[in-house]
Design a protein around this ligand. Structure first.
Ligand code: NAD
Ligand code: ZN
Length: 382
């Protein structure tokens, strides 16, 4: 089969690999129809994720058709059209029983924090991902679900990460009716977080980025007020001015470890590897939220130390909520919102790229070329 493979930082290509086999009775093998490239894949592509091995296939977002099932699989049959959450999880450990699917204890012996994630390095379990013609899906009775007939492929693939993660970002903000919510980052996750904030009762939504084409999308798609942080000396001061000098009730970090806006943070993280990522957006979030407010962190950070302004967070009495999204927990609510017309996930999709051209797709998405917001990888066209 054809599969995207990692060759080293900024170098990927499509190679022939063996079609994955059933390795456990509760595995399925899924023939991929659509995958997507996520901002998280960029951390791997840029060589920032520890233990990303040459030959690894990325792809945490994918949907497809069940090709083969193991002997104990009861909920899926060959031919079912399924969406697969990016988390691999057992469904029965201490953490899964509490809905913490992204922190499953049984799927990633390499780490104590994070569970298993498709296509996300050996730090996250070493499972090959869905930017390939076929993918092995462990715990097939637990993670995947059949895609409702009314949901098309592009909308369904957005449900495997970007949309639930944005929605989760808003949920972690514990938004109360009328709250002012600031979202740092106007990528797919930030756009969905901004849109979701309204669904949770926000009275005002502000989105900050430095890419005007994404801010325009935030205004149009998420009806947000927008700020380009490069237009101001200090974006935190602007956020204070915009909120009567109190600060926002809720701030969502939808940027993560590769934040721009502070050269020292960039050099000490991406270049010198002295910290697990640049916490610029997180520090702006801590500074922009009001005392007693909530900071939600869905932007991803590496396992090492980061220079986060924790003293300020402590002294302001902040609540900080963070995690990888437990995707499946969000699906019932999101499917209902989509069916009722409150959300149209594929509205943010800007590009369709055939698997053969995925290297160009990574380059475009990474360099933010051609007004790219969300690229879908077409693996098996109908
Ligand atoms: N928690 C989870 O489960 C989960 C799931 C998916 C993605 N993520 C993470 O969410 C983050 C966003 O993902 P995405 O797909 O939207 O990525 P993306 O790269 O498309 O978007 C990030 C955006 O942040 C902007 N940005 C950079 N520095 C900024 C700053 N200082 N302030 C404001 N904006 C800034 C960029 O211009 C870009 O538009 C990534 O870190 C990704 O790894 C987390
Ligand atoms: Zn578990």
């Amino acid at each position: 089969m054809k599969a995207m493979t990692y060759r080293g930082p900024y170098r990927i290509r499509v190679e022939d690999k063996d079609i994955p086999k059933i390795e456990h009775p509760n595995d399925a093998v899924v023939q991929v129809k659509r995958a997507a490239i996520c901002g998280s894949d960029l951390h791997l592509y840029h060589g920032l994720m520890p233990d990303t091995r040459v030959g690894h296939t990325f792809g945490r977002e994918f949907i497809g058709v069940v090709h083969q099932v193991g002997s104990s699989v009861e909920n899926l049959s060959v031919g079912d059209r399924v969406m697969v959450p990016f988390n691999i999880f057992c469904g029965s450990c201490y953490f899964c029983a509490r809905g913490l699917y992204s922190n499953c204890h049984n799927v990633n012996p390499n780490a104590t924090a994070v569970g298993g994630i498709y296509g996300y390095s050996h730090t996250c379990g070493g499972y090959d991902g869905g930017q390939a013609e076929f993918v092995r899906v462990p715990f097939a009775d637990v993670g995947p679900v059949k895609i409702p007939d009314w949901l098309d492929d592009d909308d369904a693939v957005m449900l495997t990460d970007a949309l639930p993660t944005g929605y989760f970002g808003a949920q972690l903000g514990d938004i109360v009716e009328g709250d002012t919510v600031v979202v740092f980052g106007a990528g797919p996750v930030g756009l969905f977080a901004a849109k979701s904030a309204w669904l949770m009762g926000a009275g005002r939504v502000i989105v900050v980025d430095h890419l005007d084409f994404r801010l325009e999308k935030a205004a149009e798609f998420a009806h947000a007020e927008t700020f380009n942080f490069t237009h101001y000396d200090d974006i935190v001061v602007e956020m204070k001015k915009a909120t009567g000098f109190l600060g926002a009730d809720v701030v969502i970090d939808a940027v993560g470890a590769e934040a721009d806006g502070n050269l020292l943070m960039h050099v000490t993280s991406a270049k010198l590897k002295l910290q697990g990522g640049s916490p610029t957006a997180l520090n702006w979030a801590i500074d922009s939220v009001r005392k007693g407010g909530t900071v939600s962190v869905v932007g991803a950070y590496g396992p090492m130390f980061s220079a986060v302004k924790f003293g300020d967070a402590m002294n302001k009495g902040l609540t900080i909520n963070a995690n990888q999204c437990p995707v499946k927990r969000q699906w019932p609510r999101l499917l209902s919102h989509i069916q009722q017309g409150y959300l149209n996930p594929s509205d943010i999709v800007t590009h369709h790229i055939p698997l053969e051209h995925i290297a160009e797709g990574y380059h475009m998405f990474s360099a933010k070329l051609d007004n790219c917001i969300k690229p879908i990888v077409v693996v098996n066209p109908d």
